[in-house]
Structures are given as structure tokens and as C-alpha cells.
Design a binder for this molecule. Sequence first.
Ligand SMILES: [Zn+2]
Length: 414
Amino acid sequence: MIQLINNLWFKRRDIISDGFDQSLDYISKIIPLKIHKIPTGTRCWTWIIPEKWSVKEAYIEDLHGQRVLDLKEHPLHVISYSLPIDKLVTKQELLKHVYTNPERPDSIPFEFKYYERDWGFCIQDNKLKDFTKDKYKVFIDSKFEKGDLKIGDYTIKGKTDETIVLVAHLCHPAQVNDDLAGVAVLVDIAKEISKRKNHYTYKFLLTPETIGSIAYLSQNESIIPQLKYGIFLEMLGNDNTFVLQRSRQGNTRLDRIARHLMKSQLNNFREGAFRKIVGNDEMVFNGPGVDIPMISISRFPYPEYHTSNDNLDIISEQRLKESKELILEILDIIDKDYIPQRQFKGPIFLSGYGLWVDWRKNKKLNESIEQIMLNLEGDKSVFDIAEELDMEFNDVFDYLNKFLEKGLIEKHYL
Ligand SMILES: [Zn+2]
């Protein structure tokens, strides 16, 4: 995961850009991506696909040619989608177009103006004191042209067309935790899922934030009814505890599975309502006219957010790995869960069927046998039972497998 991040992080991955395309190409060599292309100008519901943007050179210099800012030093020095400019301006006018983050004075902020035409630079707040002259030359050689918005899509067919969608955005240049950490975890999960036999179909999408999800869904509306649940992934590599942002519905099976796992496996985690923790593409997937329950898992907040300090120093393979494993376990439960339907009458003759559990080996399961037996009426799933009895899903699942083998229950899909 770190290797992917290392190779892609410093690229200009603006929403429609060569850097974004190159990053998708790079990922295509790891997982087989289908690339959807939606041309500039296409109407996508209430939105219109913007132009492709590129920038060759940008600087601010004084009248003696002394540079106080040069894009060569850091991709964040120019706001994404800045207009071109080549002009002498007063210091006063220049400062209206210069963005800093006073709370992190040594860092360059990440700023973008995708839909508002303006020019601008980003700089360390503590460098503002270097602007001592009255006039400056500002130069941005940027270009707007027709292009294609691109979405990377890896779909792994399962037994059913019902689909779990995992989404990460890839459009933050020179940002690591937001957003490449989510991308790296998503790619690794996709690799793992592709090796499994799955009940559900899984769709992994890499998009430019918001506009990419809108473009994809508006141009592929027929897929919407197949989408069952979604997970948005981002900011998964830093040291903070996990936070679960619930779906808009708030208490779906997916929300409950995520919570149950986090509660049983983590010493500490946080939870919040839809859109109250962090805002991403769940506003599209779980939004008006689509409304697929989409949770978001992240380690937000972190102080380096949207600055040049969001780099490789703040993430670790260990944190990425924990994130990947947690999400894989959520998917594992979703995929394995089913409704056990009783086929027996009276309490089961446990020892006769080899179903008695030695309390010395598994006390909790031993104590829960009767409750499990009483909950097989076809109105609860294996997960529902595990959640209700505060047990590990796999303990209940494995135990009920024995019931299945002996014909004591039937398996009904959810
Ligand atoms: Zn962001």
C-alpha cells in the first residue's frame, strides 16, 4: 500500500488531468480497471462535466526577478483549476489571491476552485513576511481544454447482481492520507475480494470527488437498483482512532455490522451521524434520487488535513493494514450473513447431534445455545442473533453451520 502511495502521491491528480489519468493507469496494472469516460460539457443531472486542467509553470516574483514562490517546489503552490495569468499586480491585489493556513504556518494549504473562475496561489503563512515589495509579477501558465472525466471501475461478479460498492476519490494532488490512503486500502481490498467466492457482486470505484460519482451514476442509472450498500474509504493511514460515519438511514445492517465489529475488536472508536463527521461522495450515493446506504470509515480528524503536511510522514503501513482488515471483516460478515430457518420441533437433543458445547471451551457459546435455538424462526439473520446475544458473528455462524449440515435449519438469503 505504501508503495502505491509513494508512486502516486506527488502527481497533479486534479479532477480531470493527466496526473489523474496516469494514476488510474498505474492502478490498472494492479487491479483490472474498466475506465469510464465522460466528456467535458456532458450534463450529469444538475451538473456539467468541467474542462481538463493543466499547469506548466507558475511563480510570483518581484520586479528584479527574485522569486518568492515557484510551482516547481510544490504542486500545491497553485490552486487547482486556477485561471492563467501574466500580470504585474500590487501587493494588495496579490494578497487577495494568496491562500495560507495560519494554524499550520509552515505548511502549504490545498485549495481548489473547480467551478469558480479565479486565479490563486497557496503558500506557507510564515512566508507572507517575505512579501516586502509594492509590486509583483504573477505568472500562471495553466490551460483549460476539452477532456474526459475518468472513473476507474473494478467489478467482481458474485452469485447475485446485488452489489456492494466501495468508493474512494483520487483527485487530491500531493495529499496522502486524504485521499491516497483510501485508494491504497480499496485496491488491496479489491485484490483480496477477487480471490474469494462471493455471494454479492462487489464494485470498486475510483473517482474525482463528488463530480465523479455524479457522472458515473447519472450515466449508469440502470445500475442504481442493484446497489445494496456502500462504503466510502479515506483518511485511513494516520494515527487517530477509527470513526464510523453512519449511513443516511442510520441503522442498516451495514451500519450495525460495522459498529458491532468495531465495538468488539477495538479498544476505542468513534461514531457519528451521516455527514456529521466528514463529507465525501456518500452525499451522492446516499443522496437524493439514489439513496444507497453508504457508511464512511476514516480516522478523521487529523491536524495535517488539506495541507502539504499530509504526506508520507503521517501514515504507516500498520494503520493501513488495520483499516484494510477491519473493512474486509465487515464485508465478510455482510457476505456470509443469511437467515437460518428452523426445521426441527422441540429443543434439540444436543449431545445426540454433537451440538453440545463444553462450557470449559466456550463459556459464552455454551450459555447462548438456548437463545440461539429460540431465534431460528426465520425473522432474524445470523448477524441479528450475534448482535442480540453480544457474540462474535463467526462463533454463531460456525455453530449454525453444524445445524445446516444436520438439516436442522435451512438457509434463506437476505
Ligand atoms: Zn479532501
